[in-house]
Design a protein around this ligand. Structure first.
Ligand SMILES: Nc1ncnc2c1ncn2[C@@H]1O[C@H](COP(=O)(O)OP(=O)(O)O)[C@@H](O)[C@H]1O
Ligand code: SF4
Ligand SMILES: [Mg+2]
Length: 358
């Protein structure tokens, strides 16, 4: 069976214009050759520091941006050759949720009008009565109540507003939802509730998610697979369990061990990640991570590492990983590790909370 989504060689180079005449003085290589696939009902997380190109990938997949190169196949169809009207029809099957639900919800529309609009637009509820019933049903699906349809977005909390954004995405019964940092603006306990909700809706309706986050701890609970991005490229991809158990790429390992540890080598790995991400206008030659990599060697400054799959679905863009000390030493004795405390809180919140709204 072919995957729901297949992305190959995807690139987006934004021109940078300078001066009064707007001459193009260079390009931001926001996304620079990205390949991945996503099965129906599956969740792929895209993770990496701010500016590495995650949102651009999301927008390219939805064709809200035109790529510089590459292909996006959705349900067997090449999206990039579709006309504007052809694309409009496909958009119903691909929805998006953003970080800031307040910015993406019209403040002057009642919740009922906002959820009713896509139903009308796509002919999913033709009479007033069926529309009202469907809006009530959508609100209940996301843990709100039918009478909330009369309210305006400002009358809801941040977590509830994100539930409304999810309800709006669900209204058109999509096969794919791109969620771009959907919980990053929320308090930790609310994050867990929204992620739980997304998971249960996926179990029920079987849509696929691309879940974008700068936070590995967040995606652990929702992703089947994770792709780690650095400066416009995927540096490692594996199933979630495998990536947390056996991180191979020095960048993934550094992301997973962000705090001082008793082990001095681990502390050094962390220290090296403190450097800034180089400019995407002028990315380092060879391996893009070489300016921050604790394992860097001469050839890394010249040779571009391929994202090589070991045959199990675990792919790493670093040929040297088998020579590195086991990553386990990075996580031992890390009682003071802030990320792990966060992760523990997040996990505890998963067990104790079900819905926020009542
Ligand atoms: N419309 C744009 N024009 C120019 N540069 C852009 C544009 N959108 C994003 N970028 C640049 O592309 C890079 C990747 O951005 P983005 O995809 O938003 O990263 P992330 O979502 O991982 O934080 C950044 O360097 C950003 O400044
Ligand atoms: S290729 Fe070299 S610089 Fe890049 S991650 Fe591997 S060891 Fe580090
Ligand atoms: Mg972003």
């Amino acid at each position: 069976m072919s995957p729901l989504l297949e992305v190959q060689g995807l690139a987006k180079h934004f021109p940078v214009k300078r001066g009064a005449f707007g001459f193009v003085s260079g390009h931001v290589r926001a996304v620079d050759g990205v390949d991945f696939h996503l099965g129906a009902g599956e969740t792929l997380a895209i993770v990496g520091e701010s500016g590495c190109g995650k949102s651009t990938v999301g927008r390219l997949v939805l064709r809200l941006l035109e790529p510089t190169a590459g292909s996006v196949r959705f349900d067997g169809e090449d999206l990039l050759v579709l006309s504007e009207s052809g694309m409009r029809a496909r958009r119903q099957r691909m929805q998006v949720i953003f970080q800031d639900p307040y910015a993406s919800l019209n403040p002057r529309m009642t919740v009922g009008a906002m959820l009713g609009e896509p139903l009308m637009l796509h002919g999913l509820a033709t009479s007033e009565a069926t529309r009202r019933a469907r809006v009530g049903e959508l609100l209940e699906l996301v843990g709100l109540r039918p009478e909330h349809a009369r309210r305006y977005p400002h009358e809801f909390s941040g977590g509830q507003r994100q539930r409304l954004a999810i309800a709006r995405a669900l209204a058109v019964e999509p096969q794919l939802i791109v969620a771009d940092e959907p919980v990053s603006a929320l308090d930790v306990s609310i994050q867990a509730q929204v992620i739980n909700l997304m998971r249960s809706l996926q179990d029920r309706f079987g849509m696929a998610y691309i879940f974008i986050s700068h936070d590995l701890a967040v995606v652990k609970h929702i992703a089947d697979r994770i792709a780690v991005m650095y400066l416009g490229k995927i540096v490692e991809t594996a199933t979630t369990d495998e990536l947390f158990r056996n991180p191979r790429h020095p960048y993934t390992r550094a992301l997973l061990s962000a705090v001082p540890l008793p082990d001095p080598t681990a502390a050094r790995e962390r220290a090296l990640l403190e450097g800034d991400i180089p400019s995407a206008m002028n990315p380092p030659a060879g391996c893009r991570f070489h300016t921050r990599c604790r394992f860097v060697r001469e050839s890394c400054r010249v040779d571009v590492p391929a994202l090589a799959d070991d045959g199990s679905g675990h792919a790493t863009a670093c040929p040297w990983w088998p020579e590195f000390p086991p990553a386990r030493s990075l996580t031992e004795g890390s009682g003071q590790d802030q990320d792990r405390i966060r992760l523990a809180r997040l996990q505890a919140a998963f067990v104790t909370t079900q819905t926020e709204a009542s």
